[in-house]
Every structure is written in C-alpha cells, then in structure tokens.
Design a protein around this ligand. Sequence first.
Ligand SMILES: O=P(O)(O)OC[C@H]1O[C@H](O[C@H]2O[C@H](CO)[C@@H](O)[C@H](O)[C@H]2O)[C@H](O)[C@@H](O)[C@@H]1O
Length: 361
Amino acid sequence: MMNQNVVVQAITVAAVANSPPLFTYPPPRASGSSAAAAIPKKYLSPVELGGGWTNGWLEAMKASSPTHAKSTLLSAPAVVSEQDEQSAWMMRHPSALSKFEQITSATTGKQIVMFLDYDGTLSPIVDDPDSAFMSDTKKAVLFQPASEFLPLMNEIHKALLETTRSIAGAKVENNKFCVSVHFRCVDEKCWGVLVEQVVSLLKKYPELRLTQGRKVLEIRPTIKWDKGKALEFLLKSLGFADNKNVVPIYIGDDHTDEDAFKVLRDRGQGIGILVSEYPKDTNASYSLKEPYEVMEFLLHLVEWKRHSLKALYKVDNTALSLSLGAPRSNKALAGRLTEPNHHGRSHATHMTGPWARVGPA
Ligand SMILES: O=P(O)(O)OC[C@H]1O[C@H](O[C@H]2O[C@H](CO)[C@@H](O)[C@H](O)[C@H]2O)[C@H](O)[C@@H](O)[C@@H]1O
C-alpha cells in the first residue's frame, strides 16, 4: 500500500482514578520457557540477511511463508507436533483477547498510547498492496529520517521495475524510504530468479540494504533507523518516555515490528502484541491471530475505557450534587472529570481525545 511506511499512532488519552499497581513487564509466562528454544527453525522470523547470498535469501523467502510450510503433506505425528508447538507458543504469547483483563488491570489509572502497524495488523494481507485500505479513522504520523536518500530510492525503484519486468506477478512498490518487491503473486519456481535479480542490482548500491517481510523483499537506506527507533522517537517527542503513567501498546505483524517489541521489552514499559496465526520467535508478550482480532481487541479496549470513565463520571456527578446542593449541568462538566489524588481528595483533570465526550446520555 502506498504511504504505509509510517508509524500509525492512535492515541487515546484517559486519566483515571487511583494510584495503579506498578505494571510488571513482561506478563507472567509459562515457567521455564525460552521463546526461541522451542520454536522450530522453519518458523523463525527471517532476520536481516546482510550477506546477500541468493540461496540464503531464497531459503529465507520459503521459510517465511508459513502457508508454504502448511501446505506440505504432513504425516499424522507431524500434525500432532505442530499442534503441540502451537499450544506451547500460545502459552508463552497468550491471546490479548483471552488475557484482556490482565492487560487492562495493568493499565488501570494510566494513559494508554497505541502504536499500530498497518498491513497485516489493521488491514488484512491482500495480494495487491494498493488495495490494502483502512477507514479514514486512522491518523498517521510520517517521520522522514533521511530525505537525502529520496533521489536514490526513486532511482532504485525505476531500476527494479525494469529488472523484474520479466517475472510474472512481481510488483515493485515505492514507499519513499523503502522500495518493496512483492513476490506474493509470483510462482514459487521463479522466486530464485527474482531474488538473484534484486541481489545483483543491489551490488551497485552499497548505500542500500535488503531486508525481508511477508512475501516481500525490502530495499532501504543503510541508516540506523527502524520501527524500534521510531517508537522511541515518538515516545520521547510526545513526552511519554520514562513516564510510569503511560502504557504504550504496540501491535504489529511483521519482523520489522520486532524492533519495536524489543524496545518496549528493554524499557520495561508497555505491551507488545504480535499478530500471527503461526508460532514465531518474537519479543512480543501477547498475540492476536489476524486483523479482525486486532479490531476486536481495540473495540474492547475502547469499551472498557468508556465504562471506567462513565463509572468515574457518575461518582463525580453525585459528589458534586451533594456538595453544591444542586445538580450541575452536563455542559459545565463536559471535558472535565475529577479523580481522587493520592491524599484521597479530588482534583480536576482535563480530558482530551474521544474520552472527553464521555458522560451521561
Ligand atoms: O514493515 P511493514 O510496515 O509492516 O511493511 C511491510 C510491507 O507491508 C506491505 O506489504 C504487505 O501487505 C501487502 C498488502 O496486504 C501484501 O500484499 C504483502 O505481501 C505484504 O508483505 C507493503 O505493501 C510493503 O510495501 C511493505 O514492505
């Protein structure tokens, strides 16, 4: 999808009562489990393969196509073992939906900041990247770390269009700071030729590097920039870094999202949720199977926040009526809530975002 190479940041702001318990990260896992240990190699996320060996790339392309692995004929014991792997993985990365209460209890009284990947997270994966749309509700923050690379990115985009022209189904997409070569619609027999073309073209561009996503080869500048750094940048510039009352939740599906999950894990701040139907080595703590579940999770979260604020608002309204001797109009209260401070007294809190509209009907 064009313009997808952004960090989508939907911020829901809510200040809720009470001093919350300190959020511990990561959440409890099955004892003695090491994320990487039990994951079979074929499921491991492809890491950045700097060397550029065509064979290595081809293997990585195959290994990172779980549907490919799934479609092979499996004998009965193999099926059982895959199920075991799936359940073991789910123990380590439980569904964010089934552990919803665990997540909300960790965020009670804190401000939640949502960071959402786009393709495969908010929008289901489709064959044609240009058809991956989402409703207008999304708000995007586009960070442009290195505009001096733009001419080079345009050049490589043109060169790749030309080079891969002969491969049926190959699609080259210019995402400004990343040019993507899609092989989702390319016959698997041609993957080797495709990767060879890309790798040999890249030899002329030492300033660029090759990485891999979901049935896509990605060409990026060699700058030290990734989604983890983008997340840190946003947390810092929004004043949320080192704020114990802010819980960033990052949801993503691809291996590029792992940098962001790792940042949250290393900081001990926030929650990483991986969107995947298959076991994958991940730094995320929770999982969701597909974009539909992401939407469900987000809706639950909105509903939960709405309820907590509504309850708080009602308490506040009653207290005000008692102290003022007369009901205060909804209008006067709009946008304000009171919350008990650490001394048990109340103080006003300005509400911003959708929560400001919450109040009695
Ligand atoms: O790292 P991301 O920001 O998650 O971007 C990875 C790629 O996402 C998009 O491709 C993916 O979604 C497409 C539409 O559903 C799908 O056809 C493709 O197979 C997926 O890889 C985007 O189009 C690419 O440019 C990104 O590199």
